[in-house]
Design a protein around this ligand. Sequence first.
Ligand code: SAH
Length: 494
Amino acid sequence: MPGKVTLVGAGPGDSGLLTVKGLRALEQAEVVVYDRLVSPAVLELIPSAARRIDVGKEASHHPVPQDRINQILLEEAQAGHNVVRLKGGDPFVFGRGGEELETLARGGVEFAEVPGVTSAIAAAAYGGIPVTHRDYASSLHIVTGHAREGAELDIDFEALVRTRGTLVFLMGVTALPAIVKGLLEAGMNPDTPAAMVERGTLPGQRRCGASLKALPERAAEMGIRSPALIIVGGVCALAEELCWFERLPLHGKRILVTRPRERAGTLSEKLRALGAEVTEFPCIRTEPVSPCPAMEDTLGRLLEYEWLGFTSAAGVDAFWTCLRALGKDARALGGVKLAAIGPATGKALEAHGLTADLIPEVYDAAHMGAALAKAAKGKILLLRAEEGSPALTDALAEAGIVFDDVPVYRTIYDNPRSAELRKALESGEFDFVTFTSASTVKGLVSAVGAEADFSRIVGLCIGEQTAGEARKHGIPVKIAEKATIDALVELAAK
Ligand code: SAH
């Protein structure tokens, strides 16, 4: 089978701005060739089975020259692979996408192009600048500020000034003084509103606004660096009022999420939606106890129990897998009542068409124990972690309730030591670290070493028990009002 190359615009950085068609192409890719401008968030969407080739270009030196990139695309396709060529923004807006396709066309390779959201429009938009507006501009001009080595800028400034439209310069950070000089000499009003948007649409986005004449000085003060847009025109005056992205409550905050990989998604998404820069570090994982004769035995005589208690989604998963393996389904539960420690565990039950009859008011082991002790008349079966909290079983024992406590999954701390993460934590690179259980604290500590200095992080803890574990290691803590992901997110945004 002959291969194929799909040139895909990755958008300006925010992975939500990758097109649906681009994402589908990426999901089918066997080989992905990508640039420096493609953001980590988009790179995360590359399937793990695909081979990645980084041809990222640095501003001054070019590790992989364009000719070689063209060659790589040709060779990979000719070897029969389904290749995606990922490029920042739109591939045809100063992306040399045309040159790459010419090579493929001449080499007789099948190709397609998926346009992307260009930074020229999107980074401006995230900076609160609509590139056109009936009151300010009736045309938009996208210009490169990059000059060929040793050459002067080749821009017809007089023609640009005459358009009275919005001017957007890409690759213009180095040439900023020359661009401003060119516009002023061509007669543009020195008080024309202007702006720069650095790392637009990304969590670390910064904007700098000034009059045209003051822009170079202002940009230098802020230390604006590539990648950044230069935007010139009346529309820039709207930014102060419209800069919605910078106003998100977690804009500019860096947060480390330590949940197990399969459960990190919702927390990370919610934090990102509020503007945070999230790094996921799944420092624990759970593994079902398998084989689990104790669970098989109790599931064989489920109807002996009045209540079945779950303290996590992992417990529900282990239960369901075992039930199915025994050839049974939800009917095996008959009238057995279900208790869940909190809404997330309740939701895990809902996924199997089961509704929790009891969720304690406060989502922790002690309150679940107290609530069950009050509600139960018969026997209780607890399906939970190997090292489940004694607060639950103590409450039941005290009330004289009969129960079986069956460990159905265990927490594994098998992270390789990360010196890099330790350095990041010790140097205060993260504003917050989220802890959704005491075991995530233990997992992080095991990954960076107990001797590390944790005093510069703030641990956002889901509850008292988790906070207690964090304090043991000298981690300053804040505790969520309720033991839910939403409350944890609220705590971050407070
Ligand atoms: N094809 C890309 C542009 C490539 S040229 C696109 O359509 O967006 C590279 C230039 O794009 C950078 O020098 C910078 O001016 C601009 N750029 C790319 N990503 C950016 C971002 N996230 N924020 C601001 N400018 C960006």
